[in-house]
Design a protein around this ligand. Structure first.
Ligand code: DTR
Length: 343
């Protein structure tokens, strides 16, 4: 009787132990630990995608890899992200390439006004552009994914209904988008997104130009009561890993990371598109924000004012030995192919 009880007891114990191993995929003491740095605060989309990637990696490697995430610039900031990953201050980092226009000229071509309609299309086109042109600027890192924001719109304290309204208005934007605001006559003020809340609070700027999910994630809707829909350009992002750390990973872990490159890009694009829509609804309902749609002819005039930006960029690219025209044509054709596919 005693022996039978013992048998049952130990079988249950063993079964419980094995089940817990299967369910939890626990992070063991000797798991590979990697740090992942991000510049904006935790609720924003670059960090939401970071947490999703971490979860997938830990699940798919059965706890063999543990990712330690650092949102809010606690490990590296917007401007030193790329170099910080190269030098190993963080193993992985998420950067907004548009903040360094000259450094990532090829991938930043996706942020020209070329009609990218949404973040899902943008993310696919960006990743394909990277794969096709293999820019030298990424030679020292392993690219883990790339994605874009949804198209940018104007969020402001005062309504922008015409070119007269925007003339001389201090608006925050960075990277390539700076030229767009200038073309429309605004007074562009450059800074990373992470510095924008303070600038809006202090009245240094009267609004900003970005994808609209920030109305909710940064609570900009409490200050900016107007959104003018222009759906102009996207901002491209990259997630990169220190090359030595990458080379030291076991092959099966490398496969998990590689399998996630495109999946993560599309997941993030889809999340961003849905979240931008939600943020507009929330801003209107909860924050009494007015959404301004420009009349068709007016919007056409605004878009025509941006044509010289692409022309000038092609010239500048050629001077830097980058096939400017071919790159613009490639992106335009990829946008067409992928947005039709999405319909
Ligand atoms: N539009 C770019 C990038 C961007 C959009 N949303 C967020 C949220 C957090 C950080 C960056 C971004 C920009 O204006 O900086």
């Amino acid at each position: 009787m005693k022996t039978a009880f013992k048998k049952v007891f130990f079988s249950i114990l063993a079964a419980t132990f094995l089940t817990s191993l299967l369910i939890a995929a626990p992070v063991s003491a000797d798991s590979i630990k990697l740090s992942y740095a991000n510049f904006p605060p935790a609720p924003t989309f670059p960090c939401v995608q970071m947490e999703r990637w971490k979860e997938e990696v830990e699940k798919r490697t059965n706890g063999k890899v543990a990712i330690n995430t650092f949102p809010g610039g606690t490990l590296l900031g917007a401007k030193n992200m790329f170099d910080g990953v190269i030098s190993g201050q963080a193993d992985i980092g998420c950067l907004c390439m548009a903040y360094q226009p000259g450094r990532f000229m090829i991938t930043n071509a996706t942020s020209l006004p070329l009609g990218i309609p949404d973040a899902k299309t943008g993310s696919k086109v960006l990743l394909e552009t990277y794969k096709k042109y293999k820019p030298e600027s990424f030679a020292k890192v392993k690219v883990l994914t790339m994605f874009t924001t949804a198209p940018s719109n104007i969020m402001s304290k005062k309504p922008v209904r015409s070119l007269t309204d925007i003339k001389g208005m201090d608006l925050r934007a960075s990277g390539g988008a700076a030229q767009i605001l200038k073309a429309w006559g605004a007074n562009q003020v450059g800074m990373p997104m992470s510095a924008t809340p303070e600038a809006l609070q202090k009245g240094v700027v009267q609004g900003l130009f970005s994808s609209v999910e920030v109305m909710k994630d940064f609570k900009f809707a409490e200050i900016c009561k107007y959104i003018t829909i222009t759906d102009t350009v996207i901002y491209p992002f990259a997630v990169v890993m220190n090359m030595d750390k990458w080379n030291a990973l076991p092959k099966d872990v490398q496969k998990v990371f590689n399998d996630l490159i495109e999946e993560q890009a599309l997941w993030t694009g889809t999340y961003m598109d849905n979240h931008a829509r939600e943020a507009i609804e929330w801003s209107q309902k909860d924050q009494n924000v007015e959404v301004i749609t420009l009349p068709k002819e007016e919007l056409a005039t605004w878009n025509t004012m941006l044509e010289s930006i692409v022309k000038n960029w092609i010239k500048e690219a050629d001077q830097n030995n980058i096939p400017g025209k071919a790159l613009v044509d490639y992106i335009t054709s990829m946008v067409k192919a992928n947005s039709t596919e999405a319909k």
